[in-house]
Write a protein that binds this ligand. Sequence first.
Ligand SMILES: C[S@@+](CC[C@H](N)C(=O)[O-])C[C@H]1O[C@@H](n2cnc3c(N)ncnc32)[C@H](O)[C@@H]1O
Length: 257
Amino acid sequence: MSEYVYHFDDSAMKRFSENFECRIGDNSGYHEQEHFDKLHMLFCMNRNGSMLDVGAGMGRITAVARDMVKEVVALEPDESRWADCHKAYHREPDCLVYNQSTDQFISENPGKRFNLIVVSMVLQHISTTLSRKLMSDVATLLEPDGVAIVFTTHTLEKSKGFSFSGDNERVYVPEAEFNQYAEAPPEDQHMGLPVRRFSKQDLIDTVEGADLEPIFWRQASYYRPEKVGFFAHRLNLEPEELMNVGNSQFVVVQRRN
Ligand SMILES: C[S@@+](CC[C@H](N)C(=O)[O-])C[C@H]1O[C@@H](n2cnc3c(N)ncnc32)[C@H](O)[C@@H]1O
């Protein structure tokens, strides 16, 4: 198994990660181990193919993919994260890191398709409208026999909702307010990151709405037993309800025939 680099220059993110565990084998792995194991398998299956990393951030997935998959394209719309990712991982001609969103890439590369598309931890930070549009771009960019894997947040159907990472008072923000905030430029987002808590059904509906067929689903990143009470209280749940619920999930999808 390859080592995945998480860019922990953000100590808040590191502290947040310490709330979760992986629940694989002896449980000593990183809490996102389930995600990375599936990615590793998909990279191996597509080693002679092409891969698109949508919303690559600072490049933790591209970093590994570029040495395992023949052709990698990474898209990151945020200029500063793109600059870091480009500096670290852009390598012509087989790993191209662009400061673009999917619609810009599609209009500049009509007909281009990928065997594997990764959308990791992007959907929960964008408006519901944009998340549907993004998945429809993924369907456009996927080879007819390709697969895409989509990672995002996860909670129970009864505790799904919208929030802002810097607003400790409100765990449930109205969808319309979330959408308006998520579509504002980052410099105007004064309550931290917009964070949507997806239920399993929310994610399935989002991919199916883009005519993509779910073929595999898993939850991951479980609350550590000593932390579950805190999170259950925040979500108005009993600790027992949340004990075996992953804080994240992923779905592997293919195009419908
Ligand atoms: C939490 S980061 C995840 C980065 C990386 N995929 C990972 O798993 O480490 C979310 C990224 O999605 C990017 N993003 C935001 N809106 C996007 C969009 N419409 N299309 C693609 N990426 C987007 C952000 O700029 C940010 O870098």
